[in-house]
Design a protein around this ligand. Structure first.
Ligand code: ZN
Length: 86
């Protein structure tokens, strides 16, 4: 009787992380965490009006019901994002 090797079904692999971080939804906003190494440009934080220099980890947020890419994205300091939505 031939032996048949049976392999258990593998669980579905976790989705790969997006470059620069994961996207999650918070209160109608899509939020992506940007790591310092992925932050290559200077942005202005709408929370404090200060610049976010390159190399600074921060978050990008855009309305979850908007389909446009890039047009309405805002870059926030991580702390400002947490505080600014209260
Ligand atoms: Zn800020």
């Amino acid at each position: 009787m031939p032996r048949r090797s049976r392999r258990p079904a593998r669980p579905a692999p976790a989705p790969p992380p997006l470059r620069g971080g994961w996207v999650r939804e918070e209160d109608g906003w899509m939020v992506r965490s940007i790591s310092g190494t992925a932050a290559t440009k200077t942005y202005r934080c709408p929370g404090c009006q200060q610049e976010i220099p390159p190399g600074t980890s921060h978050v990008v947020a855009w309305p979850a019901d908007e389909v446009q890419e890039d047009t309405d994205r805002r870059h926030w300091h991580t702390g400002c994002w947490r505080q600014g939505r209260r």
